[in-house]
Write a protein that binds this ligand. Sequence first.
Ligand code: SIN
Length: 311
Amino acid sequence: MSVQFRSRQARIDTAAFNAAERLASGSTCGFAVVPWNGPIGAEVRGLDLTQPLSAAELLALADAWSEHLVLVFRAQSLSIEQHLAFAAQTGEILEGNQTSRSALSHQHKGILEVSTLTSDGQQKAKGLGSAEAFWHTDMSYKSVPPAGSFLYARSVPSTGGDTCFANMYLAFEALPSELAEAIVGRVAVHDESRNSAGRMRPGYADERDPSKTPGPRHPLVRTHPVTGRKALFLGRRPYSFIPGLSSAQSEDLLDQLWAHVAREEFAHCHKWAVGDMVMWDNRSAMHRRDSFDPSLPRVMHRTQTVGTQPV
Ligand code: SIN
């Protein structure tokens, strides 16, 4: 069954919602939601993601996701089909929009391999590899960025490669007043010409002037379509630009915003184990990844659900 993760108001009076509230509050029936020791994230215990979830479980999960933004399910043993089936219960799978050219992505249109290995087990020469990935929102260079990302760990290094998540509601609410005022009504251009490793995508010129960056314009503050809360929405730092400002003003304002969101008080890091499924809300959380030893394999599968245009 596909249950949309709808607004709280839309389902406020349903019996299932009340049952879901009890489940989500960590009581003994159903699953438990154990918050991480930080400003974002929770571990969900007691769910086997190979099995279809009931409507009450899905509603409880939607509430837990709205509250914690990042949910981890440990020790799952999922086929690719089960991974996709789990995500499909929370929204429409984003298909054919993945940038990977791997054989796996060709075979399973909704799956992207975030991997250091090629399909024949060799270390990859291209891609992000084992490098650090700085704070970002997945695919914000699209006019309709994904709602959720579902990353499943198949092989992880013993050290390094942790993924950290930052709560963009809290980052918005904690903005100093002069910064908050400076971004009222403003948008940023999200660079569509370079990939996450900074390489040019096919068909784009190597434009170095951020004021000429190609890509969609998204509001710097977006209102979450489910929770109604406001969150900072920055995308990626490189080649970002705020139209209506001079290059120097744009760089300065963006530097201040990025310094603000990178503060540790908004973030929590996840140390991966094989079998972890982590689903994060791409509309209200940013993430970054630590580097790791390039000789160690790290193989993750990601699927995403269709989002809405940020407003
Ligand atoms: C990503 O940035 O989407 C991947 C994060 C990770 O590899 O942990």
